[in-house]
Write a protein that binds this ligand. Structure first.
Ligand code: CS2
Length: 488
């Protein structure tokens, strides 16, 4: 086995590789991050690392994994270090990120997470726990008390199982110690992500201690955010290729694109880094940014994922290299664009052109399969809200509806060539049960639209929408995704 990346190994790295220039021993952990996957390591962690490089040593990160120990096993043996590999065309830029101090696995040691949250050094808690991690019903936004872990945390916070449970346990200890609350920053692709997080936390806090809930309400801060950076899953080939360059093996590496954007609502409960100087936008109004990103980038991403997945096309850049898929994306953007109120400073035409160029970045190798994961949690904000907004104006949405129909066909578990795939989604059992026994496209559309955790009732009952979905699903089932895109 080859030697791993570590603090000691940084001295021998090639000169072109940028290493942390600060004294890592002098750093304090001002940040706890819940859900330390690849996205966090390529996005917020790079910002906190830049703060450390700029000399503000308060922003080290305690990383928390909410499920498995795999990231702990990648990073802890490497002294928390990993490479941020930024790729575009033939260009590759490598920077070693030193911001992560250690990774804790919540199910193994929930008390260590609560202790980190309650530490006087902690000022900010960031979260990338995916849409489903908030344990909120996607259609109603209510805390899912049908969830066994939520039910357990509503009973007792002695060893919290959930994100709201961990946060409330940490906040309770802070209050008892006379410390201010931390600022909790949701960095997931959910509209009003701050409000959702706040709702999950307040529901949990109220169930335990009214005075605690009042204190969080008065003193806490849950700013909204918009986060953007495309971060494909790292592969074994990526790790092997990087080992050739570095001379040591880095199992925690992440690969990404040059583009990065973080917009945060200017609402903090305590200290924060000098975000302005770090390229982070602070604003009073995040929703216009959120909507533009969710409806343009993520909406077309999901459409490309299901249509590409059905057509057997593996990568996003391969999809947008095709005339038919580009036209699908442009049509979907035309439909989405009219529902937006772009924030001052966002030129939609330029944004669209830049997005297409980002999708075309072949060095990223971004799999359509990766984006297809968890569609039930993504459809409402990426596609359905846009369709509903257009419907209110009396407008049909052919491209958006095709994307939803492609998701429906994807739930069937076979692609256009008859090849089976796993439907990786928390509601996979429900969609499978709904489809069971339906023998026409019309019946399948009806059965899936009845899942009100995904489809708002009013939209699901809309006859023109139902007919358009059925028409698209028929074309997809009979002729496949490529013909459907050509028909658009
Ligand atoms: C993607 C996002 O996997 C997905 O669902 O649409 O992760 C996307 O790459 C990011 O939101 C880009 O900021």
């Amino acid at each position: 086995m080859s030697e791993r990346l570590s603090q000691a190994a940084t001295a021998d790295l090639p000169a072109a590789v940028e290493t942390p220039g600060y004294d890592r021993n002098a750093v304090t952990q001002g940040v706890v991050h819940l859900g330390i996957g690849a996205f966090h390591r390529a996005h917020q962690a790079a910002v906190f690392d830049a703060a450390l490089r700029a000399g503000d040593l308060r922003w080290g990160i305690t990383g928390v994994s909410l499920r498995s120990g795999s990231v702990r096993d990648q990073l802890n043996p490497q002294d928390g270090l990993y490479s941020l590999v930024v790729r575009e065309g033939d260009q590759q830029d490598i920077r070693i990120i030193g911001a992560v101090d250690t990774v804790v696995v919540a199910p193994e040691d929930p008390q260590a997470v609560v202790a980190a949250l309650a530490s006087p050094d902690t000022h900010i808690v960031t979260l990338t726990v995916t849409e489903k991690g908030y344990k909120l019903d996607p259609a109603t936004g209510r805390l899912r008390d049908d969830d066994a872990d939520i039910a357990a945390d509503l009973q007792s916070l002695a060893a919290p199982h959930t994100v709201p449970g961990l946060l409330v346990a940490g906040l309770a200890q802070r209050k008892a110690a006379g410390l201010p609350p931390f600022t909790a920053i949701s960095c997931d692709n959910l509209p009003h992500n701050g409000q959702r997080l706040r709702k999950a936390v307040m529901t949990m806090a109220r169930a335990h201690d009214k005075a605690l809930a009042d204190w969080i309400e008065a003193e806490g801060a849950f700013p909204q955010t918009m986060v953007d950076r495309i971060v494909p899953a790292t592969t074994d080939e990526d790790i092997a290729a990087l080992a050739e360059t570095l001379g040591v093996e880095d199992r925690g590496m992440v690969k990404t694109e040059p583009f990065t954007q973080w917009v945060i609502e200017n609402r903090f409960a305590g200290p924060r880094p000098d975000f302005d100087a770090l390229g982070v936008q602070l604003t009073d109004a995040v929703p216009p940014w959120e909507d533009a990103k969710l409806r343009l980038l993520n909406g077309s991403h999901s459409g490309l994922a299901y249509l590409g997945g059905l057509a057997g096309i593996d990568f996003v850049h391969e999809m947008v290299a095709r005339e038919d898929a580009r036209r699908f994306v442009e049509t979907l953007w035309n439909e989405a664009e009219v529902t937006l109120s772009p924030p001052p400073g966002l030129d939609i035409a330029a944004y669209r052109a830049e997005l297409m160029a980002r999708f075309a970045n072949s060095a990223l190798q971004h799999r359509t399969r990766q984006i297809a994961i968890d569609g039930s949690q993504k459809l409402p904000q990426r596609l359905l809200a846009t369709i509903a907004a257009r419907r209110e104006e009396g407008l049909a949405s052919p491209a958006l509806t095709l994307a939803v129909a492609a998701w429906m066909r994807w739930q069937g578990g076979t692609d256009d060539a008859g090849k089976p795939h796993t439907v990786d989604d928390p509601l996979a059992d429900r969609t499978a049960a709904a489809l069971n026994g339906c023998d026409t496209a019309e019946a399948r559309v009806k059965a899936l639209l009845a899942i009100n955790a995904i489809f708002p009732t009013e939209l699901a009952a809309d006859q023109p929408f139902r007919s358009a979905l059925t028409e698209w699903l028929n074309i997809l089932e009979t002729d496949g995704a490529l013909v459907a895109m050509a028909t658009l």
